[in-house]
Design a protein around this ligand. Structure first.
Ligand SMILES: NC(=O)c1ccc[n+]([C@@H]2O[C@H](COP(=O)([O-])OP(=O)(O)OC[C@H]3O[C@@H](n4cnc5c(N)ncnc54)[C@H](O)[C@@H]3O)[C@@H](O)[C@H]2O)c1
Length: 362
């Protein structure tokens, strides 16, 4: 039995609450009593989160720990190869269990590693960043980046369970909380104007990470996945902010590396701008979004060469069909439409607008 709150969801068990009250150990007893347990962490979750997991049960004291280098620049195939070699050396079998303990980089890459090894071994996510609790850990997308292109290699494969314990956030740096806020704003903007009104002015971390607000954000994502798990249509609305956001993130990945959540926030502002320019979003709604994003996120200056470079990355986006760049745009706050064709010129105008904001407000 679990004392945690459960979110109804067909693809994985999702529980929110202290890990020690969750059904994690019961699940292991029932399904993995003879399995070896492999815990994947990065350098920070090794230092800040692993002990808490091991304290839940002494069974974890004998688990194999796989340590990944932290950071998006390490979400690459080369690191996966090293882990697969280690899995092979330890002779892990298909009956074993992977637990991914970390932010979105660990859940994406750990899920991918588990999905590919011996054609797939079971995995569980224990997300430790706000962004992975509300977004990356939910929905079954696993993967790694390829050069400047985000998540180009990956699978759809759902974890058996997702255990969300907000006490992990106590050690998460403040800026990482804000990056998670970006995806929470996205969930509100694409589907729920009431939730947008509720979270757009939240200033303190305590309110943002309350069980009620976390639950709402997770429910929004889970309900979209329920309707379209493999992104045939509706799920594309979750990509709002990500066409231009991934373009910015991918362009800077090889040099200065900007955080995913930061780029999504800038991408949402730019794509809301395009929505307004296309007459889909009222100017007052656009300003509401711009003001909200300005309050929490730093706008970066982009020169003409960088804007051209970002457009070139966007031209390779996996959501494109042929030469057509597809984007999810807002048709009013709380309503998102997908497969909207956007041109290079519209992207350039939006990025120049971001640059203007950077020079006027930073
Ligand atoms: N699969 C999906 O559906 C999906 C959705 C959104 C984002 N993503 C991916 O998620 C990634 C971004 O995730 P993220 O923002 O969590 O980045 P991240 O995993 O790099 O974590 C951010 C930083 O916080 C550290 N950290 C994590 N938990 C901590 C804790 N409790 N205490 C101290 N430090 C901690 C990490 O080590 C890292 O340095 C991107 O790669 C993005 O593409 C995937």
């Amino acid at each position: 039995m679990s004392n945690s709150k459960q979110i109804p969801y067909s693809y994985s068990r999702i529980e929110i609450g202290p890990l020690e009250d969750s059904s994690l150990m019961l699940l292991i007893k029932e399904k993995y009593s003879t399995s070896r347990v492999i815990i994947i962490v990065d350098e920070n979750t090794h230092d800040y989160c692993l002990e808490k997991l091991i304290n839940v049960s002494n069974q974890f004291e004998t688990a194999e720990i796989i340590l990944l280098p932290a950071g998006e620049e390490n979400k690459v195939l080369e690191v996966c190869f090293q882990v697969w070699e280690a899995f092979s050396e330890y002779n892990f079998s298909r009956a074993d269990l992977v637990i991914n303990l970390g932010g979105g980089v660990v859940t994406d890459m750990g899920g991918f590693i588990a999905s590919i090894y011996k054609r797939g071994i079971d995995f569980i996510h224990i997300p430790t960043s706000l962004l992975s609790m509300v977004d990356a850990g939910i929905g079954g997308k696993t993967g790694v980046d390829l050069g400047s292109f985000k998540n180009q290699l990956g699978t759809f494969n759902h974890p058996k369970a997702i255990f969300i314990d907000s006490s992990f956030l106590e050690t998460l740096p403040a800026k990482e909380i804000i990056y998670g806020y970006a995806e929470m704003l996205k969930h509100a903007l694409i589907s729920d104007i009431k939730h947008w009104e509720e979270i757009k002015s939240i200033k303190n971390d305590v309110d943002l990470t309350s069980i009620e607000i976390l639950t709402k954000s997770i429910q929004i994502k889970a309900s979209i996945i329920e309707k379209d798990p493999n992104e045939g249509g509706l799920r594309k609305i979750l990509n709002f902010g990500h066409t231009l956001g991934h373009g910015i993130e991918g362009y800077f990945l090889q040099t200065s590396s900007l955080a995913h959540g930061h780029c999504v926030a800038l991408g949402m502002c730019a794509e809301a701008f395009i929505s307004k320019e296309k007459g889909l979003l009222a100017p007052s709604e656009y300003l509401d979004i711009e003001n909200c994003i300005r309050r929490s996120f730093h706008f970066i200056s982009l020169d003409a060469k960088e804007i051209q470079g970002i457009i070139e990355v966007i031209q390779q986006d996996k959501k494109n069909t042929g030469n057509i760049i597809n984007c999810s745009l807002l048709k009013g706050i709380g309503n998102c439409i997908y497969d909207q064709k956007i041109t290079n010129q519209e992207i350039a105008n939006a990025l120049f607008h971001l640059n203007l904001l950077a020079s006027s407000i930073n």
